[in-house]
Ligand binder design. Sequence first.
Ligand SMILES: *Cc1c(COP(=O)(O)O)cnc(C)c1O
Length: 231
Amino acid sequence: MTGSRVAINLGQVRARIRAAAHRAGRAPDDVALVAVSKRQPSEAIRAAYQAGQRVFGESYVQEALAKMALLADLDIEWHFVGRVQSNKTRSIAVHFDWVHGLADATHARRLSEQRPTERPPLNVCVQINLSGESSKAGLDPAQVSDLLAVCDDLSGIRVRGLMTLPSPAEGEMAQRRPFQVLRALRDGLANPTRPLTCLSMGMTSDLEAAVLEGATFVRIGTAIFGPRPYN
Ligand SMILES: *Cc1c(COP(=O)(O)O)cnc(C)c1O
């Protein structure tokens, strides 16, 4: 995909966010765009950066580190959006600013211990599995408050909110349902010391539904970069 195509696509995604925010009576700036660049070459990231994008999401640690090295001249905020694995926590803690998808107390402790002390705490969204499928990543809603209690005592990470990745659904009404559940769950768990302001939800196919239900991060890959070219 050419750099100008990436810039055009990015403009269209921003327009979708603006339109959905307008429908929801929300400020478009309250919805941050994470450009999910997994499996895309560093040139595509550079093209999006030149079109004004600063926040990028990656799912595979080794691949991300290689691209970070190639893009070290850019001022990028890196978000890890993949599955956290124990043998990758150190690289995540050192090289990323955010993690969308924490679902395990052991990973939480490791990320906190391994976060360099000179850096601010690693920002984290806790992943919730709302479809009940055991094959899917994320915590059962009933388990979340225990993980939040563990995280409250960890100085190297800071839980900022919740994240979900629902099963694909057709139609806006059906797409909105899990996002509504995530928001309600967040409302019930938030307190003054742990405001949980972030809701990380919405991808290429359900961006509008997520913004209508209060998403503060949408994680968009395909609509910006096209189909993922390699794996
Ligand atoms: C790949 C990925 C995305 C982006 O999905 P698209 O459908 O390409 O927009 C978002 N979130 C997560 C967790 C992903 O793994």
